[in-house]
Design a protein around this ligand. Structure first.
Ligand code: HEM
Length: 503
């Protein structure tokens, strides 16, 4: 056959394929009956436009699509999204239900850690990997008044990162000790957020970059370079642990980190203890455990410093429960403070640490996605639902409170089933207890007697007071995009405060 004829045949075959795909996706696919825009039903470019070109705006657009098409809609050729808060428990089932839930490789492959517990697609493999990590997460700086703004957004990232990395890697060079809070992790994770949707659409970019030298990637794309740099650093740290563990001088229990324990564990099969998998779990723990907690705390601090009545209430409660300025903080005491707990719940609801749609697939069905069976939901849309939360865009701890017969605030628990920052089921957050503990302890350390107040709330014995510095709701708090974690307009340094002497 001559060349022009071959070309015509190729074009005709391609057109026939595309037309068949269009017809299949629009009319014949198992989810064909689920309403949605034709472009979303037939191509992934619709999602690409809203997620990548519009930098994570699909989540917000999905809200609009639900208004137009109803509670169950098609997001792309395969994915169904449900906007029915009462259906949440059906999708995000726990182990006791006996039902299985796989994740979708389309999303989880976008982080370049396919063998981590977080990115594990298969339900059964996930159970094995998760069981090895579970035991480590079961319940079980002084600020100087220098006149310089304190980069609290970076400080929170530093604290949560230090906690996660000492837990995971027994790391002892702490970011909080650095004068600038060693901001590279904060920046790299901000970049991960911005790029996650692009990597979802084109996972080969990440796979190819992982094989390239650092300076090549950084010169082509500094953001991607920062992410790959982070991955290489984690690979190095994991390798160090493995080398120490395998050395002749290693004394068990000398270093205790999740990975030392995992290497010693007879529970995980040898294949699951390989280096190429372990560092990927290290990344999950570090990223999942850092930016989520830090952004929750930034939100909390912003609202406490802009709502003087709320801060006064928190400080009153803390000073009644722990009047002694130097008494060690007791987590159980803090957990029993209703107003403080309501503030933390509100910060978790408002900050939406993971704000993207989280797919769950029932592997026992032949169809990948099938409306009302294997689907996904977006917690942020539930957390902002005005039918559940009165004035959802207002930070208001009263969402969670009522009063007892004596007029004291108590938690009412009526909205607990719609409180989903850590999602639910077998794939729910592994670090829930750690995150809660960090939030309670950090808040109490900051605002307890002998701590810090605000300009309006200065008390005897305070070390000083905090005032926001060049920090605004629009710039530092408002979620303007979904990059799996929230995207804010100015993520570079986050919330800043001035620490001042009491007046
Ligand atoms: C406010 C803080 C936090 C929030 C809002 C949060 C939220 C979440 C959510 C929603 C998921 C599920 C993601 C999915 O379905 O794909 C998740 C998973 C996970 N989180 Fe958290 N998280 C927080 C803190 C932490 C901390 C402190 C750690 C540990 C240091 C941690 C470790 C993990 C891990 C390892 C997973 C994957 C679990 C699995 O796939 O089995 N998280 N987190």
């Amino acid at each position: 056959m001559n060349q022009p004829a071959t070309f015509v045949l190729f074009v005709l075959s391609l057109l026939t394929y595309l037309l068949s795909l269009f017809v299949y996706r629009l009319w014949l696919s198992p989810v064909a009956h689920v309403p949605g825009p034709v472009l979303a039903k037939t191509t992934y470019w619709y999602e690409f436009y809203w997620d990548v070109v519009q930098t994570g705006r699909y989540t917000f657009h999905i809200e609009e699509l639900h208004k137009q098409y109803g509670p169950i809609i098609r997001l792309n050729p395969h994915e169904v999204h449900i906007n029915d808060p009462d259906f949440y428990d059906e999708v995000y089932v726990g182990a006791a239900s006996g039902k299985k839930r796989n994740k979708w490789a389309w999303l989880v492959d976008s982080f370049g850690i396919p063998d981590s517990t977080f990115s594990t697609v298969d339900h059964d493999v996930h159970r094995i990997r998760r069981a090895a990590l579970n035991p480590f997460f079961s319940k079980a700086k002084e600020f100087k008044t220098t006149g310089e703004p304190m980069l609290l957004g970076l400080a929170f990232t530093a604290v949560s990162n230090d906690i996660a990395s000492s837990y995971a890697f027994d790391k002892k060079d702490f970011r909080v000790d650095a004068s600038d809070f060693a901001p590279d992790f904060h920046r790299a994770s901000g970049k991960v957020a911005k790029q996650s949707h692009l990597m979802k659409q084109f996972p080969w970019i990440l796979k190819l970059s992982q094989k390239m030298p650092d300076r090549w990637i950084t010169s082509m794309d500094p953001d991607l370079g920062a992410y790959i740099g982070l991955q290489r650093d984690l690979q190095r740290q994991t390798k160090e642990i493995e080398t120490t563990y395998n050395s002749r001088d290693y004394k068990p229990r000398e270093s205790t980190s999740i990975f030392h324990e995992i290497l010693a564990s007879s529970y995980l099969p040898e294949s699951e203890r390989r280096h190429s998998r372990l560092w990927q779990d290290g990344q999950t723990i570090l990223i999942a455990g850092t930016i989520t907690t830090a952004s929750t705390f930034s939100n909390l601090l912003f609202f406490l410093l802009t709502q003087s009545e709320t801060l006064r209430h928190v400080r009153d409660e803390l000073s009644s429960a722990i009047p002694d300025e130097i008494a060690p903080l007791n987590l159980t005491t803090l957990e029993n403070l209703p107003f403080l707990t309501a503030c933390l719940m509100e910060a978790l609801r408002y900050s939406n640490g993971v704000c993207t749609r989280l797919q769950r697939i029932d592997p026992d069905k032949p169809i990948i996605f099938h409306a009302r069976k294997d689907s996904n939901m977006t917690t942020m849309l539930i957390h902002r639902n005005p039918l559940i939360y009165k004035e959802p865009m207002t930070f208001n701890p009263v969402h969670w409170l009522t009063t007892d017969a004596a007029g004291k605030p108590i938690l009412h628990h009526k909205l607990d089933r719609y409180f989903l920052p850590f999602t639910k089921g077998t794939r729910a957050c592994l670090g829930i207890n750690l995150a809660w503990a960090e939030l309670y302890l950090l808040t109490a350390m900051m605002f307890r007697p002998g701590g810090y107040g605000s300009k309006i709330d200065q008390r005897e014995g305070d070390k000083g007071y905090l005032g926001l510095f060049e920090t605004t709701y629009e710039k530092d708090i408002e979620i303007v995009g979904d990059g799996t974690t929230p995207i804010v307009r100015e993520p570079k340094v986050g919330v800043r405060v001035l620490v001042k002497e009491c007046e």
